[in-house]
Design a protein around this ligand. Structure first.
Ligand SMILES: NC(=O)c1ccc[n+]([C@@H]2O[C@H](COP(=O)([O-])OP(=O)(O)OC[C@H]3O[C@@H](n4cnc5c(N)ncnc54)[C@H](OP(=O)(O)O)[C@@H]3O)[C@@H](O)[C@H]2O)c1
Length: 256
């Protein structure tokens, strides 16, 4: 299947490792020109060495001046055709224990600054009559994950924003979708399993096995499996898919 991605300009956020890196690699392999952004530009330079079509960019999503500088830089050459909204997850914690400062700081980095960046890049997509905006959220927006109050709450705002925007720009050829990872085997998941093992005094292999046991597929997903879905949504072939959320979770969510 020709995905029609050859020569498309794509911005992938949170692309120094994990899901963002897998998505950036997948889009580049399909011929897209990828701007891969994260705070650790050196890590992007390391994984993209020898890969055609990837431009590493230093970006801290918590710093609005850096977000605006990136938009300025991209708009000098007409902006981008595809945006993948992704970034770091917030720290764990209960809803009752979360304080106002944490809500505000993480809402800025995970939502407000991304909405702002996308809003700046959107008019160029509308003028061309073609665009793709894809946000990485979490299965926690459908089934809130205990002790991840900031994630469950802020990512739900991304869902509401995406659906509202999807309706506003569908007639301009711009699609807006959200992809929900369940448990995809990235470094972050290894770190979470290690933290759970430390907290409970259990062996990390037992913690990971118990976690895999809750997934109908019986295993963690591969970053490439997640990136394949995002790449399809970014493609010309997905032009009639908009305002949707798509799970990549091995069946974890307990409803259809
Ligand atoms: N993997 C899963 O199964 C899963 C499940 C549910 C939700 N998620 C969410 O999906 C997202 C990606 O997951 P992942 O497993 O790939 O996470 P990850 O390995 O922690 O990667 C996060 C990426 O975001 C970047 N980042 C973090 N803070 C940033 C900031 N302030 N500005 C710019 N970039 C920033 C990181 O790079 P730098 O540190 O270099 O900036 C890194 O490239 C996360 O938000 C995660 O919580 C993942």
């Amino acid at each position: 299947m020709d995905l029609g991605l050859d020569g498309k300009r794509a911005l992938v956020l949170g692309a120094s490792r994990g899901l963002g890196m897998a998505i950036a690699k997948s889009l580049a392999a399909e011929g897209a020109q990828v701007f891969a952004a994260a705070r650790s530009k050196d890590k992007i330079e390391a994984w993209s060495a020898g890969t055609d079509g990837v431009t590493p960019v230093a970006l801290d999503l918590a710093r609005i001046e850096e977000v605006d500088a990136l938009a300025d830089m991209l708009l000098q050459d007409g902006g981008v055709d595809i945006i993948v909204n992704n970034g770091g997850g917030p720290p764990p914690g209960t809803a009752a224990g979360a304080n106002r400062a944490d809500w505000i700081a993480h809402f800025e980095a995970m939502a407000a600054n991304i909405f702002h960046l996308d809003t700046r890049l959107l008019p160029a997509m509308q003028e061309r009559g073609w665009g793709r905006i894809i946000s990485v959220a979490s299965s926690g927006v459908e089934q809130p994950i205990p002790n991840l109050a900031l994630s469950n709450g802020i990512r739900s705002a991304v869902i509401g924003w995406s659906k509202t925007l999807a309706n506003e720009v569908a007639a301009d050829g711009v699609t807006v979708n959200v992809v929900l990872p369940g448990r995809i085997h990235t470094q972050r998941v290894d770190e979470l399993d290690a933290a759970a093992a430390k907290r409970t005094g259990k062996d990390v292999a037992d913690v990971a096995a118990a976690s895999r046991g809750t997934i109908p597929a019986g295993r963690y997903g591969k970053p490439e499996e997640f990136a394949d879905v995002v790449t399809f949504l970014a493609s010309a072939r997905a032009g009639y898919v908009t305002g949707s959320r798509i799970r990549v979770d091995g069946g974890s969510i307990k409803s259809i």
